[in-house]
Design a protein around this ligand. Sequence first.
Ligand SMILES: NC(=O)c1ccc[n+]([C@@H]2O[C@H](COP(=O)([O-])OP(=O)(O)OC[C@H]3O[C@@H](n4cnc5c(N)ncnc54)[C@H](O)[C@@H]3O)[C@@H](O)[C@H]2O)c1
Length: 335
Amino acid sequence: MNATLGFAVIGAGRIGALHARHLAGAVEGARLVRVVDPDRVAAERAAVAGAGFSDALDDALSDPAVDAVLIASPTKEHAWQLEAAAGAGKAIFCEKPVADDLAETVRAMEAVEGAGVPFQIGFNRRFDPAYAEVARAVRAGEIGKVELFRSQSSDPGPAPEAYIAASAGFFRDSVIHDIDAARFVAGEVERVTALGRVLVDPVYAKYGDVDTSVITLEFVSGALGVLMNSRRTVYGHDLRLEVHGEAGKLVAEDERATKVWRYGPGGPRGDYYHHFLDRFRDAYRLEVQAFVDAVHAGHAPEPGAVDAVESLRVADAAVRSLHEGRPVRVEEVTP
Ligand SMILES: NC(=O)c1ccc[n+]([C@@H]2O[C@H](COP(=O)([O-])OP(=O)(O)OC[C@H]3O[C@@H](n4cnc5c(N)ncnc54)[C@H](O)[C@@H]3O)[C@@H](O)[C@H]2O)c1
């Protein structure tokens, strides 16, 4: 292990390029060594601050300057890349989800555990200062026993068709963030009931997917929860998190790029974030900083393998509930 953790970023698309920029100067104790992408133009563009680039994962895995890989390739590539990186003894940060299949996810996590390498999954919302404060306050008992949980997330518009085709579907790709936030704040989920529609773009129906959904959660603790997700909010990326307990309520909402309200003939206007890459820019940096700090300290990074598996299991239960039109117990979903 080098004194400053040398990273290879695997996949230089929307999120990989952002992680590469952070690793090139905004994450203490880390440096960007190289970027790998079969699209060499994308790899070169993301290889900032003098980093190398190539189109082959092996180049990164055989490079002694690479201590860690950050996997940000399309979801269907994650599992084999995780297994290869684990085999090469590299520390691994992997974007969510590990795979669109629970058995494949469990296999990849077993490979990571077998190799004994540090692993973190990219559930970035846990590192958003507002979400992290809600979770801390719940754990500190500020609102007593949690009774209700609500998470609402909407993107301004649909993803490109190529992304939709390669993604793991709305629940496993996007709603999984709300699911993980629910587990993070209110604990494990026992039963899931899902409703979904295609209301925004017929392209989702082409891939057997939905773009609008309401999911109810029954937590092991007895608390109830609801997740509301949409691929359309014309005014920007919109997120709300609300936790209601016996002694009060915690709400994280209305995050804006600046605190300025603009008043004009059309009424007041705030600087809403338009895209999740802007809304969670700090969280994307902080999650990688937490990974680097854990590796340097010799601690297991979090969220790790359990969260990668369990949040996907709840998403799978939601998919099954949607298709079968009934509540699904999470324990029914096995690899
Ligand atoms: N945590 C988050 O909020 C968040 C946000 C966006 C995406 N993601 C996840 O990150 C991953 C990438 O998403 P994206 O939006 O950046 O996708 P993208 O389509 O913008 O980029 C993917 C990149 O990977 C490259 N690629 C394809 N095959 C590859 C391979 N075998 N090895 C290396 N690179 C390869 C492509 O050429 C492309 O440049 C997905 O798993 C997605 O779920 C997470």
